[in-house]
Design a protein around this ligand. Structure first.
Ligand SMILES: [Zn+2]
Length: 142
């Protein structure tokens, strides 16, 4: 039974068109992808009959681990709404980091070494996060 289900799962996976390679920018946030996100999700199509499956546009897109795990089996059927969902989740997950005020160098120098390092690394992280959250131009190349 388990084996049968696994085989069906793999057959469904093969029905998807591959829209990019692992290592390409994640279609949701632009950072390096580590796998593919199934659109619509595998768990959704596994419940459909063959006829219905054949009429769906099944594609899998490069995605990073974090975006992929945020999406899980959520039933959003297009990239735009999936990206909006991911961005909303990232915004709330890292809300405190995004709210952190910008520090001037002279302000930082008044703090202890550990606190300075901590604030600097949080600033780098927040800036990287803002880049990810503004990512929505998957087709435009610089
Ligand atoms: Zn991502």
């Amino acid at each position: 039974m388990v084996l049968h289900r696994r085989k069906a799962f793999l057959m469904d996976d093969c029905a998807y068109d591959i829209m990019g390679r692992e290592g390409d920018p994640c279609v949701y946030c632009g950072q390096e992808s580590s796998g593919h996100d199934h659109v619509p999700p595998l768990a959704y199509i596994s419940k459909l009959d063959e006829e219905t499956k054949n009429h769906l546009n099944l594609r899998k897109f490069p995605a990073c681990r974090e975006c992929n795990s945020i999406l899980g089996d959520i039933l959003l059927k297009d990239i735009r709404s999936r990206r909006a969902y991911v961005h909303e989740k990232l915004r709330s997950k890292y809300a405190s980091c995004l709210r952190m005020p910008a520090w001037e160098e002279n302000e930082l120098e008044e703090l202890g070494r550990n606190l300075q390092d901590n604030i600097r690394s949080r600033s780098v992280f927040a800036s990287h996060l803002r880049d990810r959250l503004s990512f929505h131009r998957s087709k435009r190349r610089k």
